[in-house]
Design a protein around this ligand. Structure first.
Ligand SMILES: [Zn+2]
Length: 223
């Protein structure tokens, strides 16, 4: 097993982690890096690995910093499946289309400025068509329903209590006759929120990838 952190490491955006297991590659989240244009462009335009070499994506939730590069992953050659809860799939249908519209509008604005100054025009990161097409790659799963995206890997989603459909995931990894458990929290919600259920505890893990954005802070009481 080998883990590589392509995003949301030393920063809080662009969540993307890669697990390699017996020659297969799985991405956990495929988020858009949101920040200043030049830096975001540099990070979002080129994937660190060939998208067609990714076998599957496990998506924790629909927020764009976790899902927003999926249409580009598809446009650049990914043809595996994306596993998410059904609510995340429904949210992605609206949010990725919206993200594509924002990319297109943003590029229009930049190109209008570039034309005035004789600069180079740029293309949108992805189109509405890419955002539509990538939905075909989604497989909706239920919380607590164990599934196997590929040989030697068993996955289970639990409620992360962060937004509608958000999930933590545990991955049972079988390698060389031994099974290890890897946990990935995605974004963790807070208890006692309206509408959302409380985050579910995760079972024991051998390894844990944990969101820690507010790790050093004590929240005000919700009331
Ligand atoms: Zn989030």
């Amino acid at each position: 097993m080998r883990l590589t952190f392509w995003g949301a490491a030393q920063t809080v955006t662009g969540s993307m982690h890669m697990l390699e297991l017996g020659g297969a590659r799985v991405l956990m989240d495929c988020g858009l890096f949101q920040g200043r244009r030049a830096e975001a462009d540099r990070i979002n335009r080129e994937f660190p690995v060939e998208p067609s070499s990714i076998d599957a994506v496990l998506l924790s939730h629909a927020h764009i910093d976790h899902s927003g590069l999926l249409p580009k992953l598809y446009a650049d050659g990914f043809r595996g499946q994306i596993y998410s809860t059904r609510a995340t799939l429904d949210l992605c249908a609206a949010m990725l289309a919206d993200s594509a519209r924002i990319q297109e509008k943003d590029v229009e604005w930049v190109n209008r400025r570039e034309r005035r100054h004789g600069g180079d025009e740029i293309r949108p990161l992805y189109s509405k068509e890419d955002a539509q097409a990538v939905l075909e790659r989604f497989v909706g799963v239920e919380y607590h329903e164990s599934f196997s995206p590929l040989e030697g890997l068993q996955v289970e989603y639990r409620d992360a209590g962060h937004i509608l459909g958000s999930a933590t995931m545990t991955l049972g990894l079988r390698e060389g006759g031994r099974t290890k458990t890897l946990g990935f929290t995605g974004d963790v919600g807070r208890a006692h929120r309206p509408i959302l259920r409380d985050p579910e505890p995760m079972p024991d893990c051998d390894y844990l990838i944990c969101e820690s954005t507010y790790g050093g802070r004590v929240h005000e009481p919700a009331e």
